[in-house]
Design a protein around this ligand. Structure first.
Ligand code: DX5
Ligand code: ZN
Length: 215
């Protein structure tokens, strides 16, 4: 079963509540919330206080993607704000295992992400503790970039390793996903698709979500 997690980076922030309801009605499974600190990536978005407000507007799973230099420091804030899944980057400055353990100890699901230049094998030592691995299909920082098809080898290697270990870990892809390349991502082994511009930029978001799921 493919899950769609619209990236709210492309939503109309002046009416977030309505946008979240619309996504739910259109069949979104999760909401992908991109947190950027202007340091780990060259862009700034939002933090825990905003997520706390968003929580009042939606009961969808909050899939929080932290693109920040020191995720460990802010994990308690994001858990309190209402995150369901917290993804952080293995390239961040925080100690990987300690950060995963902290997320889990606070009752949240932990996920790790790799940037395009990072080999996916670096997440293998932590797989048993992760609910999900995010393979970035663009350089993190901005919505609306082009999908990097050459990341699919990493998705394949990761899916094979999960199967070898008997793990049903979610594999998420994020960046440039649209109706044209979603099939390739799913065929490679991804089961959670993030889509920002493809969903929010669509004239018929319901049809787009249905089409993204239909692989
Ligand atoms: C990029 C973000 C993505 C992005 C996806 O750094 O992590 O979640 O918003 O947007 P699209 O689907 O437009 O590439
Ligand atoms: Zn993201």
């Amino acid at each position: 079963m493919i899950k769609i997690s619209p990236s709210i980076l492309s939503c109309d922030y002046s009416k977030m509540g309505e946008e979240f309801k619309r996504m739910e009605e259109c069949g979104a499974d999760w909401l992908h919330i991109d947190v950027m600190d202007g340091h780990f990536v060259p862009n700034i978005t939002l933090g825990a206080p905003i997520i706390k407000c968003m929580r009042k507007c939606s009961s969808l799973v909050f899939d929080v993607h932290l693109m920040i230099s020191d995720p460990k420091k802010y994990i308690p804030d994001f858990v309190k704000a209402g995150a369901d899944i917290i993804t952080f980057h293995i390239e961040s400055d925080s100690p990987t295992e300690e950060t995963i353990d902290l997320i889990r100890s606070l009752g949240c699901k932990a996920a790790l992400s790799v940037k395009p230049k990072t080999p996916v094998e670096v997440v293998f030592p932590f797989l048993e503790k992760l609910s999900m691995v995010l393979v970035m299909t663009v350089e993190p920082g901005f919505g609306g970039q082009s999908f990097m098809a050459d990341m699919m080898d990493k998705v394949k290697v990761l899916r094979a390793e999960c199967e070898r270990r008997g793990l049903d870990t979610d594999i998420q892809v994020d960046g440039g996903i649209n109706e044209q390349n979603a099939g390739l991502a799913v065929l490679s082994g991804a089961n959670v698709l993030v889509a920002g511009s493809a969903v929010f930029g669509s004239k018929d978001a319901k049809a787009t979500i249905a089409s993204l799921k239909n692989h």
